[in-house]
Design a binder for this molecule. Structure first.
Ligand code: GLA
Length: 431
C-alpha cells in the first residue's frame, strides 16, 4: 500500500512539473497581436503632416474639442495620434517620459481627457535608437515602452523605422507586437517602415496596418525624384494599387496620412480623399482641425464616401483600366453593391460617355463580378447630390429578349478630380 502511495505521489509531482514548464513561457515567446481592433481601416487625426514636432497639450486638447464639435468623431475619426516630438527623457531605469514642457499635465491626464470625449489616444515611437526627428527610440526598451503606454491609457502606436542599422525588420516589429500584448491593454499597432521590407508579405500577424510608401506631401501630381522629397497623391496611388490582395479586415495597406486641407485645391483634396476610400486606406486626417475650411470639412465628412472605405467586406478597390490620364476604379461592397470612381489625373476637364458593357469587372481576388448585361444597377452620384439618379440598363418595351441597352450617361470629370458612384443592384420585379 505504502509503495502504491509513493508511486502515485511521484506521478502527481511529475505531472505538476510538466504543466508548470508548459505554463512558464519564455519572456520572448511570441504573443498574438491584439485582435478585433481593425475590422475596418482606422480613422482619426495625426499631428505630423501639419505640425511636425511643434505639438503640445494645448493644441492637442483644442484639436480634440474641435473633433467633437465639428462632428468628426461622430463621422468615425476616433483616434487622435501624437506623432514625433512628444518624447522627453528616459529615467535612470530606462522608462520613457513625456516632454514636461510640452505636456505639463502628463500623458495619463491627456489620455483621460480624450477618453472622456470618446476619443482614443495614439502615440508614436521607432524601432531604432532614435525617432526620425531624433528623439529617443524604443530599441532595447520595447517592453518598458509598451508598459508605459498601457499605464498611460494609450490606444494606438505608430512604430517608425529610422536609425535601425542592423535591425531585423520582422524581428523588431514582432518584438513590439509581443510587448504590446504583454502590457495587457489593447493597442492598435500601426507599422511604419515605408514598405522597405515588403511588410505586406509577412506582417498580417504582426500589425494592424503597414505603410506601403514613403512620406506623402500635399501635392497632387508630379514626380518626387525630380522634386527631392515627399510623394504626390498620384505617385502613391501607383505604389499602393498592386498590393490589394494583401489588405483585409485586421491588416491594411497604409498609403500614408491625409493631406486634405493642407494646400491642394478643393477638387484635388476630394480626389485624394476618395481614392484613399477606394483603396480601403486608413483615414488619418493631417490638417489643422482648429482652423478648417467648410470645403475641407465637407470633403472628409461625406458619409457615403466614408462608407466605401469602411465597408464591412474590407476589400481594397481595383483599377479596371487606365486610359491616359483617366483611371477607372471599382470596389466591391456589401449587398452586391459596387463603388465606381473615375479619376482624372490630367490638366483638362473631360466629358465621358459611359459604356457599361466596356466596364464589366471580373475580380478573381474577391470572386465578385459585375453583370451589366443582365443586372440593372441604380447609380448614385456621391459627390453631387443634385445629380439625377440613373440606371445602368434599360430593358425597354419591344426590345428583343436578352438585348442589352445601356442607359447613356455622360459624366464630366474635371481636371484633378473624381466622379464617384455607388451602384446598387435593382431587385428583379416579380412577374
Ligand atoms: C517618418 C514617418 C512620418 C513621420 C515622421 C516623424 O518620416 O514616415 O510619417 O512619422 O517620420 O519624424
Amino acid at each position: 500500500m505504502k509503495k502504491l502511495l509513493l508511486v502515485a505521489a511521484t506521478a502527481l509531482l511529475l505531472a505538476s512539473q510538466v504543466s508548470d514548464a508548459q505554463n512558464r513561457r519564455r519572456p520572448d515567446a511570441p504573443l498574438p497581436k491584439w485582435e478585433g481592433l481593425a475590422e475596418t481601416p482606422q480613422m482619426g487625426w495625426s499631428s505630423w503632416n501639419k505640425f511636425g514636432t511643434e505639438i503640445n497639450e494645448k493644441l492637442i486638447k483644442e484639436t480634440a474639442d474641435q473633433m467633437v464639435e465639428l462632428g468628426l468623431v461622430d463621422a468615425g475619426y476616433v483616434y487622435l495620434n501624437l506623432d514625433d516630438g512628444w518624447h522627453g527623457e528616459r529615467d535612470e531605469q530606462g522608462f520613457v517620459h513625456e516632454d514636461k514642457e510640452k505636456f505639463p499635465s502628463g500623458m495619463k491626464a491627456l489620455a483621460d481627457y480624450l477618453h472622456s470625449k470618446g476619443i482614443k489616444l495614439g502615440i508614436y515611437s521607432d524601432a531604432g535608437t532614435n525617432t526620425c526627428a531624433c528623439y529617443t527610440g524604443s530599441l532595447g526598451h520595447e517592453y518598458q515602452d509598451a508598459y508605459m503606454y498601457a499605464q498611460w491609457g494609450v490606444d494606438y502606436l505608430k512604430y517608425d523605422w529610422c536609425y535601425t542599422n542592423n535591425v531585423d525588420p520582422k524581428g523588431a516589429y514582432t518584438l513590439m507586437r509581443n510587448a504590446l500584448r504583454k502590457a495587457g491593454r489593447p493597442i492598435f499597432f500601426s507599422m511604419c517602415e515605408w514598405g522597405s521590407n515588403k511588410p505586406w508579405e509577412w506582417a498580417a500577424e504582426v500589425g494592424h496596418s503597414w505603410r506601403t510608401t514613403g512620406d506623402i506631401t500635399a501635392r497632387f501630381g508630379g514626380n518626387s525624384k525630380q522634386r527631392g522629397w515627399g510623394q504626390s497623391v498620384l505617385e502613391i496611388i501607383e505604389q499602393n494599387e498592386p498590393l490589394r490582395q494583401y489588405a483585409g479586415p485586421g491588416h491594411w495597406n497604409d498609403p500614408d496620412m491625409l493631406e486634405v486641407g493642407n494646400g491642394m485645391s478643393v477638387s484635388e483634396d476630394r480626389a485624394h480623399f476618395t481614392m484613399w476610400c477606394m483603396m480601403a486606406a486608413p483615414l488619418i486626417l493631417g490638417n489643422d482641425i482648429t482652423n478648417m475650411t467648410p470645403e475641407a470639412l465637407a470633403t472628409v465628412t461625406n458619409k457615403e464616401i466614408i462608407a466605401i472605405d469602411q465597408d464591412p467586406l474590407g476589400i481594397q478597390g481595383l483599377r479596371l483600366k487606365k486610359e491616359g490620364d483617366l483611371q477607372y476604379w471599382f470596389k466591391p461592397l456589401e449587398n452586391g453593391d459596387w463603388a465606381f470612381c473615375i479619376l482624372n489625373g490630367g490638366e483638362e476637364d473631360r466629358t465621358i460617355a459611359i459604356d457599361w458593357s466596356a466596364l464589366e469587372v471580373n475580380d478573381e481576388f474577391s470572386s465578385r463580378s459585375t453583370d451589366f448585361a443582365t443586372v440593372n444597377y441604380d447609380v448614385k452620384d456621391l459627390w453631387n447630390a443634385s445629380a439625377k439618379p440613373f440606371t445602368t440598363l434599360v430593358k425597354g418595351k419591344g426590345k428583343q429578349r436578352g438585348q442589352m441597352v445601356t442607359s447613356v450617361a455622360t459624366v464630366t470629370v474635371n481636371a484633378h478630380d473624381v466622379a464617384t458612384f455607388r451602384l446598387s443592384p435593382v431587385p428583379e420585379k416579380k412577374k
